[in-house]
Design a protein around this ligand. Structure first.
Ligand code: SAM
Length: 233
């Protein structure tokens, strides 16, 4: 796994040095996946490409240097923990509503040498109403959590004005992005140009939707999850 990851990182113009830690992360993920559902991807090559390299591509979509970063619906740490292993100077918070995954991440991050990663169990729509989390982050990331209209309401309240929300989506996400335009604007965001990339060693093309926070999010958002789902903005 390590060589594949290192080659992929180089191909993306990123330093190859984190390859060893990312490969170890992949091994721990596959081991733990035998006893806990962490990922549907079980083949080491696919883990290297579709988890590690896919997530590392975010580093080309924004400047993460010394940023406070929140990963919403991180699951087994994607993309957040990959970012931290590639760029250790970020101040990272991993958030998920499934406690078992958060507990595994709280053990795994330090075992991989990722220091001071804050692992939070909770629902985004609840935490975003708390002052300790609301409008506190420079960058919010999210992959494979919800449709962008819903995701925008879960994620934009966490961003400080001037921060950026990075949503990892598929190549054909334009209709989803168009549908989310109104929600993004109501929540204080403004769409920027998306970043499109091909995952090295594959023919998979993905897109990173970039949303800049230009105004504070009105206090009434996020709403309760049932309401967000039933009646997306
Ligand atoms: N981001 C990871 C990835 O790309 O592999 C995990 C994706 S998984 C399909 C979605 C994750 O989002 C799950 O771990 C789930 O528990 C979490 N999730 C869904 N809704 C959430 C919410 N409202 N707040 C926090 N976590 C949520």
């Amino acid at each position: 796994m390590q060589e594949l990851i290192e080659a992929g990182l180089r191909e993306m113009g990123l330093p190859a040095a984190p390859g060893a830690a990312l490969a170890r992360y992949g091994q721990l993920l596959l081991e733990q996946n035998q006893v806990m559902n962490l990922t549907a991807i079980t083949e080491p090559t696919a883990v290297a490409q579709l988890h590690m390299l896919d997530c590392a591509a975010l580093l080309n979509a924004a400047d993460f240097t010394q940023k406070t970063v929140l990963d919403v619906g991180t699951g087994a740490g994607f993309p957040g923990l990959v970012l931290k292993l590639c760029q250790p100077d970020i101040r990272l918070t991993l958030l998920d509503s499934l406690d078992k995954r958060i507990q595994w991440l709280a053990q795994t991050a330090p075992a991989l040498g990722a220091e001071n990663v804050v692992c939070v169990h909770g629902r985004a729509e609840d935490l975003a109403l708390q002052s300790a989390y609301r409008e506190q982050y420079d960058i919010v990331t999210s992959r494979a959590v919800a449709d962008l209209r819903v995701l925008a309401e879960l994620c934009l309240p966490f961003l400080r004005v001037g921060g950026v929300f990075l949503a990892m989506k598929g190549r054909d996400s334009s209709p989803e992005v168009n549908r989310a335009d109104r929600a993004i604007s109501l929540l204080g965001g403004r769409l920027q140009t998306a970043y499109t990339y091909e995952i090295p060693g594959t023919d998979v093309t993905h897109k990173i939707i970039r949303v800049e926070k230009v105004r504070s999010t009105p206090e009434r958002y996020p709403r309760r999850f049932a309401k967000i789902k039933k009646n997306p903005l």
